[in-house]
Design a protein around this ligand. Structure first.
Ligand SMILES: CC(=O)SCCNC(=O)CCNC(=O)[C@H](O)C(C)(C)COP(=O)(O)OP(=O)(O)OC[C@H]1O[C@@H](n2cnc3c(N)ncnc32)[C@H](O)[C@@H]1OP(=O)(O)O
Ligand SMILES: O=C([O-])CC(=O)C(=O)O
Length: 443
């Protein structure tokens, strides 16, 4: 398998770089932590190193050093599509190299042969009440798949050479990611299409097979899936879903256990669930006016919402301080393929008005849209109208990043993560002691 060999060829260099940093610069101070940060969600405190992707506050995401426009330009495409093969993106994340056409297609082939879902996973899904949220089903199904973990089995039977763990993690990663389109499509069909089963087609790529299995055959929608799955794959190592799955994985929990944990974090409305909340909010505005409002009408509506301290879904970000480039990439897609769509026009009108109102309000650190502000708009246009499903689409893509982080954590032998918690009293005593010391020094 090409991807495994490519990773293997890179191991010595990465292991050596990490070991050298710890050996030669182990006491180098990276950051101080303030009381405000401890009580403020550890915001801005560097807690780990990961080379899969990096979010620059003023530029946004780079995957293995490549910006979104670069990734969209450089990655190989299928013969029938205008956006990259997701298999190529996975190769880039896993190896750090832009794949050739053949290397991208190799991953797609690996995925095809591993895509079969065991029957008990269908049984788990079917046993749940119909009103179960699709993200709950998604996370449960990933957990049900844990029966297939190669790492868990090998560990039980005694592979205890840490340097070899990553190979089983890579196998589990390829197996899980291979099954995701079938899994997600089955959740969609179970919830919204009377449980019909549609077989994946051997001549389609990962993304277009998903589109096919949920019954969306427009070629533009397959391209939207390719774009969506590339864009949402990773957002460095410290966002809620990546951090949650990394933390769970640090206990040597396998890929399935770790990714299910990551999905539970993604299902929160401050993170991935903002997807669905955002579209619901846009539809509410259209319903309120009975049409797309005029600019002056929308301005009054938004001022009133902010006056009531409402949180506007899709705006703000913990790291970004500019418009999310993932928002821009999807806005460009919409401008190209669906410029007259009402909800798209409304989303862009909000984008035109809201940032300056948020700046005037003076609370939010980032007044610009994040990716969730536009995701649902495009899905809705192509007929995926069940917006509680949108976060599953996000999750399907995010697991590409999570599995890469987990595999590389095992390659680099990262230890169990266990920071320290204090009590309020200990913190107060630390501050008092510091004040006494400063007074003694006459400061
Ligand atoms: C893929 C993703 O996960 S991207 C994020 C998706 N989530 C959303 O879009 C939900 C809406 N946005 C938010 O809730 C926040 O902006 C977050 C969670 C993304 C970031 O949270 P934080 O880093 O704590 O934001 P920030 O430091 O700017 O918050 C400061 C103040 O601005 C307010 N604020 C933040 N975002 C918004 C918003 N979208 N609308 C109105 N007010 C906001 C906060 O409530 C806070 O007010 P307070 O001081 O009265 O408590
Ligand atoms: O980076 C974050 O905190 C949230 C986000 O945009 C993502 O995970 O895609």
């Amino acid at each position: 398998m090409n991807v495994k060999d490519r990773i293997r060829s890179k191991l010595p260099e990465w292991r050596e770089r990490t070991a050298r940093l710890v050996h030669d610069h182990g006491s180098f101070k990276v950051a101080d932590v303030t009381v405000e940060q401890i009580f403020g969600g550890i915001r801005g405190v560097p807690i780990q190193v990961s080379d899969i992707s990096y979010v620059d506050p003023m530029e946004g995401i780079r995957f293995r050093g490549y910006s979104i426009p670069e990734v969209l330009k450089l990655l190989p495409r299928p013969e029938t599509g205008q956006y990259p093969l997701v298999g190529g993106l996975y190769y880039l994340l896993m190896t750090g190299e832009v794949p050739t056409q053949e290397e991208a297609e190799d991953i797609e082939v690996e995925w095809k042969v591993r895509s079969n879902l065991p029957d008990h996973v269908f049984q788990v899904l079917k046993a749940m009440p119909r009103y179960t949220h699709p993200m709950t089903l998604f996370s449960q199904a990933i957990l049900a798949l844990q029966t297939e973990s190669i790492f868990a089995r090998r560990y039980y039977y005694g592979i205890h050479n840490k340097a070899d763990y990553w190979e089983a993690f890579l196998q589990d990663s390829l197996n899980l990611t291979a099954k995701l389109p079938v899994l997600a499509a089955n959740i969609y069909n179970l919830k919204y299409r009377d449980g019909i089963y549609v077989n994946p087609e051997p001549n389609r790529d990962w993304a277009s097979n998903f589109a096919h299995m949920i019954g969306k055959e427009e070629p533009d929608y397959a391209d939207l899936c390719r774009l969506f799955f590339v864009l949402h794959s990773d957002h460095e190592g410290a966002n809620v879903s990546a951090h949650a799955s990394h933390l769970v994985g640090s206990a040597l929990a396998d890929v399935y256990l770790s990714c299910s944990a990551g999905m539970n974090g993604l299902a929160g409305p401050l993170h991935g669930l903002a997807n669905q909340e955002c579209l619901r909010w846009l539809l509410k505005i259209r319903e309120h006016f009975g049409r797309v409002p005029r600019r002056d009408e929308l301005q009054v509506y938004l001022e009133s919402a902010l006056g009531k301290n409402e949180i506007i879904p899709g705006y703000g970000h913990a790291v970004l301080r500019v418009t999310d480039p993932r928002f821009t990439a999807q806005a460009e897609f919409a401008q190209r393929f669906m410029p007259e769509d009402e909800i798209f026009r409304l989303a862009m009108l909000v984008f035109d008005i809201l940032p300056s109102l948020l700046i005037q309000q003076g609370k939010v650190k980032n007044p610009y849209p994040n990716v969730d502000a536009i995701n649902g708009t495009l899905q809705y246009h192509y007929g995926v109208k069940e917006f509680d499903f949108y976060t599953v689409l996000f999750g399907l893509s995010r697991i590409l990043g999570l599995t890469t982080h987990i595999t590389w954590s095992r390659i680099l032998g990262k230890p169990i993560e266990r920071p320290k918690s204090l009590t309020t009293k200990i913190l107060e005593e630390m501050i008092d002691r510091e004040a006494v010391n400063l007074a003694k020094e006459g400061k």
